[in-house]
Write a protein that binds this ligand. Structure first.
Ligand code: ADP
Ligand code: MG
Length: 321
């Protein structure tokens, strides 16, 4: 790691700090991320290796942040005990190897970017063509992950990196991705950040699939149009109520099996609102695409690949992508 000069901290997320850094030998600016995938003294846990090679494979797409290198580091813990006798009794613990992931550096993320339009000296809507382009790139990246059997499971504006100059969007933070080609087992309950979390996850469904990402994509689409979150809940219960108040309380007809999900309760029966009211700046095609991403029944939700062919993108010059 001596080959990198840390420039500034650019993010602090769930698993540690992300630094903007310069590779001394080449001058290349990169993002350094210490992974949570700590290895034990025996070596690298196979799951860590699997995830890294998955990341390496997926990052071949221009819609996924490029993983440039994986650095292994032996970090020997400092011995703060200056008692000579104690030191003799307790030899220092073995060194703890770590993995550093070296990514291409992008200048901002979608959350910070939306904030510049919302707050800033000159609050204004995001240009509709920009929303269209970002959503297209997001769907390309998600389609790429899903075609390789990988769910992202934590899609949110903070995890979408942008090159502002070039108008490029890339998916980051694939750390929670798991291959689902191998047994579709029950995942842990806590995965997607609340605001972007699909209703089947909130209701404790044990088998879920690509639809969880498409729900998040819908929430992100709406947030670009609104410059604020569509469903900002502060607890799992409030999150569901926020969703139900806009889309109506789901019924067995719409979503067979919903009332049998683990965390289903009897909720007030809200009628669906007109979705266009929640995203007044979106035209009818945009609202139609959004409604297909926010279908209650995950089986009815539009796939990333199908979304690319939706009429909302008819006015986009797809030859550029
Ligand atoms: P975490 O698992 O901690 O959420 P992320 O990979 O999402 O880790 O990184 C946290 C934040 O750091 C991101 O929201 C983003 O602002 C910044 N960041 C991450 N990767 C890069 C990168 N390649 N270039 C620039 N900024 C980055
Ligand atoms: Mg993140």
């Amino acid at each position: 790691m001596e080959n990198y000069e840390k420039l500034e901290k650019v993010g602090e997320g769930t698993y540690g700090k992300v630094y903007k850094a310069k590779e001394k030998s080449t001058g290349q600016v990169v993002a350094l991320k210490k992974t949570r995938l700590e290895m034990d003294e025996e070596g690298v846990p196979p799951t860590a290796l699997r995830e890294v090679s998955l990341l390496q494979m997926l990052s071949q797409s221009i819609y996924i942040v490029r993983l440039l290198k994986v650095e292994h580091v032996d970090k020997t813990p400092k011995n703060n005990n200056h008692h000579p006798s104690a030191a003799a009794d307790h030899p220092p613990p073995p060194s703890k190897p770590l993995l550093y992931l070296v990514f291409e550096y992008l200048d901002t993320d979608l959350k910070k970017y939306i904030d510049t339009y919302r707050k800033g000296p000159n609050p204004r809507p995001l240009p509709p063509t920009l929303i269209q382009s970002f959503l297209f790139q997001l769907c390309m990246g998600v389609a790429h992950c899903h075609s390789h059997g990988v769910l992202h499971r934590d899609l949110k504006p903070q995890n979408l990196l942008l090159d502002q100059q070039k108008g490029i969007l890339k998916i980051a933070d694939l750390g929670l991705g798991r291959a689902f080609t191998v047994p579709l087992k029950s995942y842990t309950h806590e995965i997607v950040t609340l605001w972007y979390r699909a209703p089947e996850v909130l209701l404790g469904s044990t088998h879920y699939s690509t639809g969880v990402d498409m729900w998040s994509v819908g929430c992100i689409f709406a947030e670009m149009a609104r410059r604020q979150a569509l469903f900002p809940g502060d607890s799992e219960f409030q999150q569901l109520l926020n969703i139900f108040k806009v889309l109506g309380t789901p019924t067995e007809e719409q979503w067979p099996g919903v009332t049998s999900l683990r965390d289903w309760h009897v909720y007030p029966r809200w009628e669906p609102q007109t979705l266009a009211r929640a995203v007044p700046s979106l035209g009818p095609e945009g609202v139609d695409l959004l409604s297909k991403m926010l279908k209650y029944n995950p089986a009815d939700r539009i796939s990333a690949k199908a979304a690319l062919d939706h009429p909302y993108f008819d006015t986009l010059d797809k030859s550029q992508y």
